[in-house]
Design a protein around this ligand. Structure first.
Ligand SMILES: C[S@@+](CC[C@H](N)C(=O)[O-])C[C@H]1O[C@@H](n2cnc3c(N)ncnc32)[C@H](O)[C@@H]1O
Length: 279
């Protein structure tokens, strides 16, 4: 049975905040203990205080980060963002014939960027702009989920993750029903045409600077990650992301996230869809 010093929870809370910006409030003590317990098993270190000490000295830092992220995601989660991209954003971008650049800022295990990529390929065909160069940058702070995402192989429970019917998914994924009791499960493997559109990279949204050019992106997805940050940090992250979005570009936020200080610089289209109207 592991023992912890007095103040351990406070120190753990502080360390995770300092590194990632993730704010674990006082009612998250059992989450902190569960995550540390799992990490201790992984590292084969039974003294939780020792783990914190090592992390503060720079060792096991990535393992510590990976242990504290929450990675829940789905294909075509909050589906109206993908239909908005298909019906409103991509027709214009296809018409303009410049390159299309999309940033997915907390991509987790990859379902979100692959959904974006499938939408993009479908749009290129429908709007006949196959020759327009397009790319998606997908980042996350958690290296485990990025490794998983790069493989692009998923078991999907189609009852829990409703898949869209407005595009032919089997053109972009190898889709195979899985045998056995849970026949509602399918294997979905991203095809090369999807994979080649996406660059997966490690990035911390809590960093002061992001490695992108000013006004670089046509579209930014920042969904279901701000909720883990304090409001003052949400504002800073949003300001930084916004500086990399083109005027006229679209920002998608998760359903319980807020545009905060950007309010006067965006047009609100509803459903947490925002169009940048000035820098
Ligand atoms: C709940 S998932 C959301 C995934 C996806 N955006 C969606 O809406 O389905 C949150 C993701 O944010 C990532 N994350 C948490 N803190 C981060 C940070 N400081 N920088 C970058 N990513 C972070 C986590 O690793 C996790 O994969």
């Amino acid at each position: 049975m592991a023992t912890t010093s007095k103040g351990f929870l406070e120190k753990a809370r502080e360390e995770i905040y300092k590194i990632t910006g993730i704010h674990l409030a006082d009612n998250k003590d059992s989450l902190i203990l569960n995550r540390i317990e799992k990490l201790a098993r992984e590292l084969k270190i039974s003294d939780y205080d020792e783990i914190l000490k090592e992390v503060s000295l720079g060792k096991y830092r990535q393992e510590f980060i990976n242990a504290f992220t929450t990675n829940k995601t789905d294909f075509f989660r909050e589906p109206f963002h993908f239909t908005d991209m298909m019906d409103r954003v991509l027709p214009r971008l296809c018409r303009e014939k410049n390159s299309i650049k999309i940033y997915c800022s907390a991509s987790s295990t990859g379902e979100e960027p692959y959904s974006i990529a499938a939408t993009l390929l479908h749009a290129k065909e429908v709007y006949r702009c196959d020759g327009v160069p397009a790319s998606i940058i997908a980042t996350d702070i958690d290296t485990n989920v990025l490794d998983f995402a790069q493989k692009g192989q998923y078991k999907v429970d189609t009852l829990l993750n409703k898949l869209p019917t407005w595009l032919e998914l089997d053109r972009y994924f190898e889709m195979k029903p899985l045998e056995g009791e849970k026949s509602r499960e399918i294997q979905m493997n991203a095809k090369a045409c999807l994979k080649s559109l996406i660059s997966f990279k490690t990035m911390n949204l809590f960093s002061e600077k992001y490695p992108f050019a000013r006004n670089e992106f046509d579209v930014i997805f920042c969904r279901n990650v701000l909720i883990y940050f304090k409001v003052e940090d949400q504002k800073k992250v949003l300001e930084r992301l916004f500086s990399h979005l083109k005027v006229g570009g679209t920002l998608y936020l998760g359903h319980s996230e807020n545009i905060l200080t950007l309010q006067g610089r965006v047009d609100r289209l509803g459903q947490n869809i925002f169009v940048k109207n000035r820098d």
